[in-house]
Design a protein around this ligand. Structure first.
Ligand code: HEM
Length: 147
């Protein structure tokens, strides 16, 4: 049991807190909801019931960034079920994600979080794309942040 979960160190040179992740998720999905391209795609599934989705996404990002192991979902089938999801939507998702990360995190943390999102976006994109010879696109907002 950790004495102070808000001060878990995710890696030797990355420090990120529970509160920062919560704030990040809240801010990111605020911009997603009002985005003319992504808002309607989310709304067709979320149907106004955002709170459980936000809680799930906070647990997801804590699991990914802080290795808490809380998230037990299956993102691939969930995203494969979403109708009308195109490469440009992944681009826009990453664009908004990148904007929020740049606003809320220091440069090193933002870069780590964005690179992680890009990797997951690539696997979700590949899982939707049935052609095994296709590669995921170069995600524009994250160019230059790959390690
Ligand atoms: C075009 C981009 C994306 C769109 C439109 C999108 C949309 C959605 C929607 C509508 C849901 C709710 C699904 C449901 O409850 O049935 C969802 C769930 C989720 N999304 Fe995305 N998503 C996108 C990209 C991503 C990316 C890049 C990540 C990770 C970096 C991600 C992580 C998740 C996770 C973890 C869930 C929860 C799945 C579960 O229920 O266990 N999404 N997404």
């Amino acid at each position: 049991m950790l004495d102070n979960p808000t001060q878990i160190r995710a890696t030797s040179n990355l420090s990120i807190t529970y509160d920062q992740i919560s704030q990040f998720v809240d801010e990111f999905y605020k911009s997603v909801r009002t985005d003319p391209q992504l808002g309607p795609i989310f709304e067709q599934v979320i149907d106004g019931n955002w709170e459980p989705h936000l809680e799930k996404m906070k647990a997801f990002w804590r699991s990914v960034l802080l290795k808490t192991g809380e998230y037990k979902g299956q993102p691939v089938p969930k995203h494969n079920q979403i109708e009308g999801l195109h490469t440009e939507d992944f681009m826009q998702w990453l664009e908004l994600f990148s904007e929020t990360a740049n606003q809320l995190f220091d440069k090193t943390t933002a870069s780590h979080v964005k690179t992680t999102a890009m990797r997951i976006a690539s696997s979700l994109w590949l899982a939707r794309n049935k052609d095994p010879f296709q590669s995921p696109p170069e995600w524009t907002p994250l160019k230059g942040t790959r390690k």
